[in-house]
Design a protein around this ligand. Structure first.
Ligand code: FAD
Length: 441
């Protein structure tokens, strides 16, 4: 089983002090012990795999989902909880060049649909996930970024058919988003949630719909072909007619071999404060529950949560060792204090990190694996997978069933190419981060 980062990243070290773990208890799903057969086997129990499992089980399929740790253990149980637009890391002009204007538009409407899908899943399955925030607000960290926000406001209206609200510095202060920002743009799409409650709620819904979920069950090999795939795990095998790969940044080069070189794990990190007092919130001028991020390419994302704690996230490091992780904890704390100076003395007892995932073409993938009839994969949401991974799972379920009620835009059906550099491909992130960091100054 070939993984491309240090073992530390695939263990519990990065989530030892994850705040979400304290917000919900869940009985672990048992390991697979014995041999089973299924219509569909799903490898990976994050939003992609869980959403696929739920939709397939609701359609009457016999579904088995396997996670090497536990459902919700990966990025899905540890993210910032921004259920928002995004999923690709590219702009409208390049999507239009690659797929044509109609398909580019289809892709952006898909991003909007993805948010509605999560909203619908939460309501339909009565998942209580501490939702808040009316859309999201982008904050200009430099004066010159205000012009970019004006352009973005026009794009939002063209692409998503909604009107975004431009705000001056004074408007931000009035709305409780005080700080060093020069202005902002509120996009009225999306909301914030507790990601782990959502992930475990999906797992529960999938199980109730009839899917069989297993934890502590790494899939080390997939052999065979459509109609008779065979998945190898330590204590049992699964014979399945169809297979969905939903391993995202935690994938293996060899599960299946087609994945080799096509996913780029990159770390994202988060800190959470103790509950802030009313006086502390007033002192910083930040009292809004609006989920927000800044205009940097290597952006910071943050939100005051309904319980008064402040969540602050940013990109992680390039190395994936325990020592490197502690270094990132120091850096994230430094940025937090710079951006919210009134909270310099406020403790941040919670810190964690995990993998987001990039694809070479910078668009998400949810489609058939080329040359492997009956095998499908969904991954690469470029740091915005709460909505898009959930949607990809639903799209993959439809592809398995041979149906289509949702949008399946070409942009997400286009299989990603391989990154250069093989298993050492993450080194390419060094110059990229350096260039982005300089462009953010
Ligand atoms: C710190 C952080 C903050 C983020 N913030 C946001 C945010 O605010 N908003 C947003 O939209 N997105 C955010 N993201 C990204 C988002 O969390 C992901 O895009 C999304 O969760 C991906 O879901 P997934 O199901 O594809 O993958 P994951 O949730 O990563 O699940 C993959 C699963 O596959 C399992 N697995 C891997 N290999 C095997 C194998 N061989 N056998 C069995 N199981 C296997 C793993 O154990 C894992 O549980 C963030 C991510 C991180 C790490």
């Amino acid at each position: 089983m070939t993984r491309i980062c240090d073992d530390f990243a695939y263990g519990d070290g990065p989530v030892e002090t994850c705040f979400w773990n304290e917000t919900i208890n869940a009985a672990p799903y048992p390991p697979l012990a014995g041999d089973l057969s299924a219509d569909v086997a799903i490898v990976g129990g994050g939003y992609t795999g869980l959403s696929a499992a739920l939709h397939l089980a609701e359609a009457g399929q016999n579904v088995v989902l396997l996670d090497e740790q536990q459902p919700g253990w990966g990025a899905s149980g540890r993210n910032g909880g921004f259920c928002c637009l995004g999923g690709s890391h590219t702009d409208s002009a390049s999507l239009t060049r690659r797929f044509g204007a109609t398909e580019a538009r289809e892709y952006f409407l898909t991003e909007r649909d993805a948010i509605s899908l999560v909203d619908d899943l939460l309501a339909r399955h009565e998942i209580k996930a501490d939702t808040h925030s009316n859309g999201e607000t982008v904050l200009a960290h430099r004066k010159k970024d205000l012009r970019a926000l004006e352009k973005k406001a026009r794009e939002i209206s063209d692409l998503y058919g909604v009107s975004a609200d431009l705000m001056s510095k004074a408007d931000l202060t009035t709305q409780g988003m005080g700080g060093s920002f020069h202005g902002g743009l509120t996009i009225p799409l999306g909301f914030a949630l507790n990601p782990r409650k959502y992930a475990l709620g999906l797992a529960d819904a999938a199980q109730k719909a009839g899917a069989s979920l297993y934890g502590q069950t790494p899939v080390s090999k997939i052999s065979g072909q459509a109609g008779q795939f065979r998945l190898t795990t330590p204590q049992g095998t699964i014979e399945a007619k169809k297979v969905i790969i939903a391993t995202n940044g935690y994938g293996r080069e060899s599960v299946p071999n087609w994945m080799a070189g096509r996913y780029m794990p990159a770390q994202s990190s988060v800190i959470v404060t103790r509950p802030l007092t009313e006086a502390e919130r007033q002192a910083q001028g930040w009292t809004s529950l609006q989920m927000s991020y800044d205009t940097r390419t290597l952006l910071h994302y943050f939100r005051l949560m309904p319980d008064g704690r402040f969540l602050f996230g940013m990109r992680g490091g390039l190395r994936t060792s325990s020592k490197a992780d502690q270094g990132v904890r120091h850096l994230i704390r430094r940025d937090f204090e710079r951006m919210f100076p009134a909270w310099r003395g406020v403790e941040t007892p919670y810190y964690w990190s995990g993998f987001v995932c990039f694809a070479r073409g910078l668009t998400p993938f949810a489609g058939p694996v080329p040359g492997q009839d009956g095998m499908f994969a969904g991954f690469a949401y470029h740091g915005n997978g709460v909505a898009m991974a959930s949607y990809s799972g639903a799209v993959l379920a439809e592809q398995v069933l041979g149906r289509q009620t949702l949008r399946h835009p070409k942009a997400i059906l286009s299989p990603p190419g391989r990154f250069p550099g093989g298993r050492s491909r993450r080194w390419a992130l060094w110059p990229a981060y350096l260039a982005y960091g300089l462009s953010d100054l």
